[in-house]
Design a protein around this ligand. Sequence first.
Ligand code: AMP
Length: 366
Amino acid sequence: MNTFKALPPGSTIGIIGNGQLGRMTALAAARLGYMCHVFGPEKDSPAEQVALKATVADYTDQDALIAFANSVDVVTFEFENIPHESVQLLMKHVDVRPGWNCLHISQDRLIEKNFINSCDIETAPYQEVNSLDDLELAVKNLGRPSILKTTRMGYDGKGQALIRPETDITEAYATMANAPSVLEGFVDFQREISVIVARSVCGEWTAFEPAENKHVDGILDTSTVPANIPDGLIEEAVNIAVKLAEKMELIGLLAVEIFHTKDDRLIVNEMAPRPHNSGHWTQDACYSDQYEQFVRAVCGLPLGSVERRNDLVMKNLIGFDVEKWPDYLNEPNAKLHLYGKASTRRGRKMGHVNLVYPLGELPKEA
Ligand code: AMP
């Protein structure tokens, strides 16, 4: 099914996935008068606490998927790694935005990189690895350092092995546990940026300006706007994200992570067809944040203004960082966002804080 009628407020949005991205989407949906029904395998999830309804079921549970699809007016995703059969089943019952064409590209690093290159956009050089022999050949071709990544289900640096000059290739291959993988040449970047673009049912798009992202232990630590990149590259980064969204025929949001190299080239690392951690800054800097744009796009509404009103540093509260929450409440420029997770674990995203500054007054150290 694919209808182009706007869903009126009062309709119910089905969200596959029930983490913090679903939670913040449901909150934005509520502001516009929509209800949300979230679907995911975990009980007591961050999204469930703020949604009208939650189905706790596996992503392969056909009966649960059908009942879910029949209880909502449109389905979208805050988590893209859903089996093809499940998406097909949902599509038989309800509009699914974005569609399978977008999900399947971003579920697999190899398909994703082939797609990005087919759009004449640069990625790191890469080679498919399905055996130790493949890896030996790929390391010969791409050199060291290089990064071995599983093609599927990798996030926050998981499912990755850095091949350094001294790394034993057999040991590195063993860490992939025979999962299909890809070896990437190492990009000597000066910084990482990301662009989030929203694209509506009628092909209208808006893009948030690039944020500059810093990672610690493979996990996003901060996103800062404005990014410290030359003006020409801001436009180029936005053009890359828009081109990818258009070629994918995306309805919804696309987050594109990009390396800015030392010789001022832009190289796409990866992308996700959903709200993204590196877009949390938009909540306290833009008239219409990434979650509202997502809801507008998925419901067939016109997109809002992405104009930025402040400079901003988004700091992720990872694991026990969250214990500093009372301190942030005493900072006049800090906007605290907590995800309602009952237990704190090392490496777990517990919340974030947006540190807001007047335009042009970002602290030097940010
Ligand atoms: P990913 O899971 O692909 O987003 O990788 C996590 C982080 O590892 C990235 O944000 C980069 O900091 C780093 N990284 C990933 N791929 C490369 C690469 N080809 N060259 C250099 N650094 C990389």
